[in-house]
Design a protein around this ligand. Structure first.
Ligand code: NAP
Length: 212
């Protein structure tokens, strides 16, 4: 797996991992990653489309290669963003802990990792593989839509220790009013998706007749 390396051997990298299904990627995801990058002083954000999302019926989502290519098209103009095939090439369910462990290996532990994803995705974190280790080894940035009620997340986090809960940061992102579901539905109904996703992704969707 080739990635950017620290500028000096002893430098600790602040790295964001943007995990999601990205079916398709949209402006909400991109704004989330950019706001997180600035707010948490991340050196770089690596988008990792899930190969086989562990909690989803694989038949209901698009082919991983399409999702990977759309993600690649979407990040091309941001020098701080990259896309990784780590989970796509793995051919196993994409457990976040395995990805996080792999990153620590690659960077010999010289890393502060921030896992960025949707607040709703984090709601069932206590069912994720080795979640305690996960919460001990990286911070979570939970992107929420405007008006998102924090109470559900607080209920989930309540029983966890304060040291762990303080590692979950909530970020309200107005652009997350856009969702992948919304885009898929609009394409199926023949409605415009202009400005909801980068133009290159929009064209990719039409060219490959996705979501029709
Ligand atoms: P999801 O259930 O499809 O998404 C839940 C919500 O979060 C949706 O509203 C979704 O909006 C939003 N969302 C997803 N990724 C986002 C991102 N990167 N930034 C902002 N919002 C995001 O969740 P998912 O995409 O399948 O999973 C999210 C991540 O959690 C993936 O990396 C997955 O591998 C990981 N995960 C790991 C485990 C485990 O290790 N056991 C279990 C579950 C999930 P959109 O639909 O618009 O994206």
């Amino acid at each position: 797996m080739s990635f950017l390396l620290p500028k000096t051997r002893n430098e600790i990298l602040n790295l964001g991992i943007m995990g999601g299904t990205f079916d398709p990627i949209h402006m909400g995801h991109l704004v989330t990653a950019e706001v997180a990058r600035q707010q948490f002083k991340l050196d770089h954000v690596i988008f990792i489309p899930a190969g086989i999302p562990p909690h989803k019926d694989i038949k209901t989502i698009n082919n991983a290669e399409h999702r990977y290519l759309m993600t690649l098209l979407a990040v091309v103009d941001n020098p701080y963003f990259t896309v990784s095939r780590l989970e796509i090439d793995n051919n196993q369910p994409s457990y976040t802990i395995d990805t996080v462990r792999r990153f620590y290996e690659i960077y010999n532990g010289k890393l502060n990792l921030y896992f960025i994803t949707g607040a709703d995705a984090i709601l069932d974190i206590t069912t994720w593989k080795d979640y305690k280790e996960l919460l001990n080894t990286c911070c979570f940035i939970a992107a929420s839509r405007p008006g998102y009620s924090l109470s559900k997340l607080k209920d989930v986090l309540g029983p966890l220790s304060p040291e762990i809960t303080k590692k979950i940061k909530l970020l309200e992102i107005p652009a997350m009013a856009i969702s992948s579901t919304f885009i898929r539905r609009r394409v199926a109904e023949g409605k415009t998706i202009k400005y909801l996703t980068p133009e290159s992704v929009e064209q990719y969707i039409y060219k490959n007749r996705l979501y029709v």
